[in-house]
Write a protein that binds this ligand. Structure first.
Ligand code: HSE
Length: 301
C-alpha cells in the first residue's frame, strides 16, 4: 500500500477575522507513505534543513496522535515529505503538517470519514482552528468555538487568485500572539464585527471595492506590523499596483493581496518594496484551493 496526501497552504484571519476564518491556497505540501520496518522520514523542499526526521516530526506526531486515539501505535512507515509551504511564514505550514499527518493516519486505518471528522483533533494539535479548517475543507472557511464545541462553515466564493509576498524574516505565531491586547474597547469590537460581516459578503460576491473597505483590522495587524520590516511600504506598493485589499497572512510575515487582475505585478511590487526596506522577499501567485486535503491510496504496492 502507498498513500499520497496533498495538503494546501492557508491564509488565516484575512484582516479582521482573527482566529475566525481562513482561506485555502493552491500551494501544496505532499506526503507519501508506505509500510517499512522502522520509521524513516525524508524531507525535500521548504524546511528540509530544519525539520526533524524522527518521531518528533509534526506530521509523524499528528499521525501518531490519531492512531493513539484509536487505541493503537503508529505502525512503522517510510514517509517522504515534499514541502512547498514556507515555514514560519504565516502560510499555514504547521497546520498542513498536522492535517497531512491526520489524513495519512486515517487513510492508513482504512477509514473513510469526511475531513470534518478531523477538525476537532486537528485544532487540538494546532491550537487554533483557522488554518486547519481550510486545510481540511478547502475554500473560505469560517470557524467558531463555543460552549458546544467547534463550528466550521464553508462559504461559497468565486475562484480567485492571491498574490503573496514573504519577506525574509521569520515570525513565530506564539510571539506574534503575545503582542496582542487582552481586551478591546467596545468601539473596536464593533469595528471588528462589522468589518468581518462585510468581508464575508464581499468574498461571496467577489465585490473587490467592498473587499478593500472590509479587509481592515484593529485587533492584530496594528500590533504585528512592527514584526514585518517594510510593511507599510509593501502594502502601499500592492495598492498602487492594483490590489483591492492587502492583509497580513495569519500571524505573518507574509502579506496576501487580493485583486481582480494584475497579480504578478502586485507580487513584484510588494517584493520590490520589501527590498527597498532592506529585506529580500519571495513571491507566489496562487489560486484559491477549493478541495482541501486530498488523499490517494494505491493498494498492494
Ligand atoms: N489566527 C492565528 C493568529 C493564525 O493570527 O495568531 C496563525 O497563523
Amino acid at each position: 500500500m502507498r498513500i499520497r496526501i496533498r495538503v494546501p497552504a492557508t491564509t488565516a484571519n484575512l484582516g479582521p477575522g482573527f482566529d475566525g476564518m481562513g482561506l485555502a491556497l493552491g500551494l501544496y505540501n505532499e506526503i507519501e507513505a508506505e509500510p517499512a520496518s522502522a520509521l524513516e522520514v525524508t524531507i525535500e523542499g521548504e524546511g528540509a534543513d530544519l525539520l526533524p526526521r524522527d518521531a518528533t516530526n509534526r506530521v509523524v506526531r499528528a499521525a501518531a496522535a490519531l492512531f493513539e486515539r484509536m487505541g493503537s501505535a503508529l505502525p512503522p512507515m517510510r514517509l517522504r515529505c515534499h514541502n512547498r509551504i514556507p515555514m514560519m511564514s504565516g502560510l499555514g505550514s504547521s497546520a498542513a503538517a498536522v492535517v497531512g499527518g491526520l489524513a495519512l493516519a486515517q487513510a492508513w486505518m482504512g477509514r473513510r470519514d469526511p475531513p470534518e471528522a478531523l477538525l476537532e483533533i486537528a485544532t487540538m494539535l494546532e491550537g487554533h482552528p483557522d488554518n486547519v479548517a481550510p486545510a481540511l475543507l478547502g475554500g473560505l472557511v469560517l470557524v467558531a468555538r463555543d460552549e458546544d464545541g467547534l463550528i466550521a462553515a464553508r462559504v461559497p466564493i468565486p475562484p480567485m487568485r492571491v498574490a503573496l509576498a514573504l519577506p525574509g524574516v521569520t515570525v513565530s505565531t506564539e510571539m506574534a500572539r503575545r503582542l496582542l491586547p487582552s481586551y478591546l474597547a467596545l468601539d473596536d469590537v464593533v469595528y471588528q464585527i462589522s468589518h468581518v460581516a462585510l468581508l464575508v459578503h464581499a468574498f461571496r460576491e467577489g465585490d473587490w471595492g467592498l473587499l478593500g473597505r472590509a479587509m481592515r483590522d484593529r485587533l492584530h495587524e496594528p500590533y504585528r506590523a512592527q514584526l514585518i520590516p517594510g510593511y507599510e511600504r509593501a502594502v502601499a506598493a500592492a495598492r498602487a499596483a492594483g490590489a483591492a485589499a492587502v492583509c497580513i497572512s495569519g500571524s505573518g510575515p507574509a502579506l496576501a493581496a487580493f485583486a481582480p487582475e494584475g497579480h504578478e505585478a502586485i507580487a513584484t511590487a510588494m517584493a520590490a518594496a520589501f527590498e527597498e526596506a532592506g529585506v529580500p522577499a519571495r513571491t507566489w501567485v496562487v489560486e484559491v484551493d477549493f478541495k482541501g486535503v486530498r488523499v490517494e491510496i494505491e493498494p498492494g504496492v
